[in-house]
Design a protein around this ligand. Structure first.
Ligand code: FES
Length: 223
């Protein structure tokens, strides 16, 4: 199954530019989760009932997502997963689907949930438009943040995995995280990543590391 829902020039999609030259399509599953989001955090819920909270902001679009989890302290299975977002329809559909996935069949353990990838969520959604891939990464990252929060609260610091960014080009101050965002935004060649980030312009010595990262993130998110 492809993850890409490519725009078709000259055809009307679910979202189309005013001159109809560009359009995006969403699958029925995406539309269902957007219009009927599952496990949305209740307005009057008491967040003290949850023992793990995650939060992430997207540098790509400025949107934000929060998740709340109830984790059984004995089995470390997720028994409840709620969320709220200021993100777009794709973020809503992705997080709604992720909430279903982590709770089905008795709930994933935290280690199983940590292995959940954005591709798994997109697969269940039947794909997302390429420019929306970063929205599905948002819920994946918020989930990881909540998993770390549970381990922090239970003093299991050795199980926490913190993804810090690392400077790849000291001249342009571009980090591996910037390159990850560029790849998620559709820049899949060195030339396109350079157009977006300016990495390596004035410091060509870092380009092999940049190419390596582009390969890594393409494999990670696009298979
Ligand atoms: S979450 Fe910001 S554009 Fe989708």
């Amino acid at each position: 199954m492809t993850h890409k829902q490519e725009p078709i020039k000259g055809t009307a999609g679910d979202v189309a530019s005013h001159d109809q030259t560009k359009s995006w399509f969403y699958t029925d599953v995406v539309k269902d989760h957007f219009f009927n989001p599952r496990n949305f955090m209740h307005q009057d819920a008491d967040e003290r009932e949850y023992n793990a909270i995650g939060k992430v902001g997207s540098p790509a679009c400025g949107d934000e997502l929060r998740v709340w989890m109830k984790v059984d302290p004995t089995t470390e299975r997720i028994t409840d997963f709620r969320w709220k977002t200021f993100g777009c329809g794709s973020a809503i559909a992705s997080t709604s689907m992720a909430s279903v996935m982590v709770m089905e069949n008795g709930g994933m353990t935290l280690e199983e949930a940590r292995k959940l990838k954005p591709q798994d969520i997109m697969e269940r959604l039947g794909g997302l438009p390429q420019r929306k891939f970063h929205c599905s990464v948002l819920c994946d990252k918020a989930l990881r943040d909540a998993i770390n929060d549970f381990y922090r609260r239970t003093d299991q610091f050795d199980k926490m995995i913190v993804e810090a960014s690392r400077i790849i080009d000291p001249i342009s101050k571009v980090t591996d995280h910037d390159i990850e965002e560029a790849v998620l935004e559709g820049a899949h060649t060195l030339e396109l990543v350079q157009q977006k980030t300016k990495v390596g312009i004035g410091n060509p010595g870092c380009l092999p590391a940049v190419e390596e990262l582009i390969r890594f993130y393409k494999e990670k998110y696009f298979g």
